[in-house]
Structure formats: structure tokens, C-alpha cells
Ligand binder design. Structure first.
Ligand code: SAM
Length: 192
């Protein structure tokens, strides 16, 4: 079966080019950062953000094992991306969020939360360039996961249709708590 991570990667691949700057807003164990690093190539950059030092260390390690040197690492809250990444305003090709807690961590209380996720999504609006994209994987099966997915869905729903393409993808014959992928891409300003 195709996983939600694979689905998000397929959609992202459509809008990433060699030399792009991408943000992994939830670096975790570094799998998404590594994927983005391959997509942008040596001429591009991935900015990997996580609120936990354990995750930033794990991501750095995965990148080192794969001999990738095109990432910047930020230990911090993606809710503050507008401030920490001010110099990149309007220059980012895409931003990914893989919500929830750090897989393999002992402490599952450090988890994405609706309020900071929505602040992070709001920051995307100024960071992204024309035709930039946002992907969010939301896990609805854990405490507050459903509430967080609803908040993301409402946020995505409110994006103006003249300016954005927005889709959500989830399995329709599985439990209603299975993961959902949200994907939004800014429309081109040039007449097609
Ligand atoms: N993308 C990761 C990978 O490929 O392994 C998986 C991400 S994991 C499901 C979610 C991550 O979000 C955790 O590492 C957690 O520490 C991080 N996180 C939670 N709240 C955050 C926040 N406000 N800002 C940045 N990272 C956050």
C-alpha cells in the first residue's frame, strides 16, 4: 500500500527543482530532509527545523551517513519561522510538515500542536515564492491528532481558490483516524 509519506513525496517531487530552497518544518529522524536534499540537489538547500535537539542530531546524522551537505539545521519552533527565516521571505519553493511526535522517542509529550502548526502554516504564506507548495501529513489517531487535522483542514480550506490549488488525500475504506495528506500549491501569477 502507498503510505502517506510516499504520497506527500510524490506530490512534492512535482514542484521541486534542482537548486531550490526547501524547508522541512518537522525534521524528526531526517527521512524527509534526506528526500528533499536529493530533490534539490547540491545546488539547492534544505532548511531542517525541529523543536528537539534529539531530532536535529538524528537528522544531521542521517545526512552525514548519506554524505549530504546541502542542509542547514535549526533547533527551534516552526511557529517562529517568520522571524528565524526572515531573510528567505519569498524565496522558498516548498515547506513540509510531518506532524506528531518523534518516532522512537521515549517522550511522546513533545508533539506538534494545533496552535503552533497553524502559526507555522501562516509563516508559509510569506516564505513561499510563486508556485511554492506546502505539504502536511496529519495523524488523526493520537490524542489531539484529530483536532490538529481539523485545524489544518480549516486553514487549507480558507486559502483563496484564485491563488491556490489545494487537495487532501486519505484512505476512504480505512479507519476515519488514518493519516491524511494535505497539499497546497500557489498558482502562477502569469497568465497560462
Ligand atoms: N519528518 C520526520 C522524519 O522524516 O523522520 C518525522 C517528523 S515527526 C513525525 C514530528 C517532529 O515534529 C518531531 O521530531 C517533533 O520534535 C517535531 N515538532 C513538534 N513540535 C514542533 C514545533 N513546534 N516546531 C518544530 N518541530 C516540532
Amino acid at each position: 500500500m502507498i503510505t502517506s509519506v510516499r504520497l506527500a513525496h510524490l506530490l512534492l517531487k512535482e514542484c521541486i527543482h534542482n537548486g531550490d530552497i526547501m524547508i522541512d518544518a518537522t525534521a524528526g529522524n531526517g527521512h524527509d530532509t534526506l528526500f528533499l536534499s536529493d530533490c534539490v540537489g547540491d545546488a539547492g538547500t534544505v532548511i531542517a527545523i525541529d523543536i528537539q535537539a534529539e531530532a536535529i542530531n538524528a537528522t544531521r546524522q542521517v545526512m552525514e551517513i548519506h554524505q549530504r551537505s546541502n542542509a542547514l539545521y535549526i533547533l527551534g519552533d516552526h511557529a517562529a519561522m517568520n522571524d528565524t527565516l526572515k531573510e528567505y521571505e519569498g524565496n522558498i519553493a516548498g515547506i513540509t510538515f510531518n506532524l506528531g511526535y518523534l518516532p522512537g522517542a521515549i517522550d511522546h509529550t513533545i508533539i506538534t500542536k494545533s496552535s503552533s502548526t497553524i502559526s507555522g502554516l501562516n509563516a508559509c504564506l510569506t516564505l513561499l515564492h510563486e508556485q511554492g507548495c506546502i505539504s502536511v501529513i496529519a495523524y488523526r489517531g493520537h490524542d489531539h491528532g484529530l483536532e490538529e487535522a481539523h485545524a489544518v483542514e480549516q486553514w487549507m480550506h480558507a486559502l483563496p481558490s484564485q491563488e491556490w490549488h489545494v487537495v487532501s488525500i486519505s484512505a476512504i475504506n480505512q479507519s476515519s483516524t488514518s493519516p491524511v495528506v494535505y497539499f497546497a500549491r500557489k498558482k502562477s501569477l502569469r497568465p497560462q
